[in-house]
Design a binder for this molecule. Sequence first.
Ligand SMILES: Cc1cc2nc3c(=O)[nH]c(=O)nc-3n(C[C@H](O)[C@H](O)[C@H](O)COP(=O)(O)O)c2cc1C
Length: 213
Amino acid sequence: MEASPKELPVQSRYKLLTGLVVPRPIAWVSSLLADGVANLAPFSYFSIVGHAPMAISISVTGRKPDGTPKDTGQNLMPVDQGGRGEFVVNLVSEHQAEAMARTARPMPTSASEFELAGLDMAPARLVNAPRVAGALAALECKTLSVIAVGSSRLIVAEVVHLAVNDTVIDARHRIDFSKLAAIGRMAGSQYTRTTDRFELADEGYFPAAGMAR
Ligand SMILES: Cc1cc2nc3c(=O)[nH]c(=O)nc-3n(C[C@H](O)[C@H](O)[C@H](O)COP(=O)(O)O)c2cc1C
């Protein structure tokens, strides 16, 4: 097919982008509401922005079915715009897939997805938001900027602290993918494992050579 997005219904645009840009990693974002309720929701519009400084982005799109803004979008806004400006990206391992999906359910702002999914919280070191206690890796983040793209909000944040379980990392900071067992999102209700991998011979590109400090 050849198509102009402007001529496509919004549902088709969603289906095409989420079906073509695959697999997407999942940021399981925990944050605190202004009144202290702990919030947790998955976001697959999630990427690395850079490593100097360490920065990531997530995009909050649409609203809750009742028309109110998603809690995560509100909580991650800078303090002067009514948010907390800090949060944790928990990485999702296979054994947490079902709990993660449960936390995507639209909920009243006053209710906590931690309770809904039966998940324990653990304190973060540098941000005022809880970690998912069982997460094998967590990135503590502070919002740097929020970019409005139509009805979406792209949140760019600096990673100010990392927590990686010792069972999934070695002394040279290499991650054991089999033990992390991260999952990715395809389209709709389909997900992928990261256990089926292959290697390519090094064709002369050595990332460390071009790395900014
Ligand atoms: C795997 C997965 C990935 C998702 N990715 C996104 C995303 O990138 N952006 C978004 O706005 N919603 C995404 N959602 C939907 C949100 O998780 C959902 O709207 C959630 O209820 C938001 O919760 P909140 O109001 O507590 O922030 C995703 C859902 C699932 C299951």
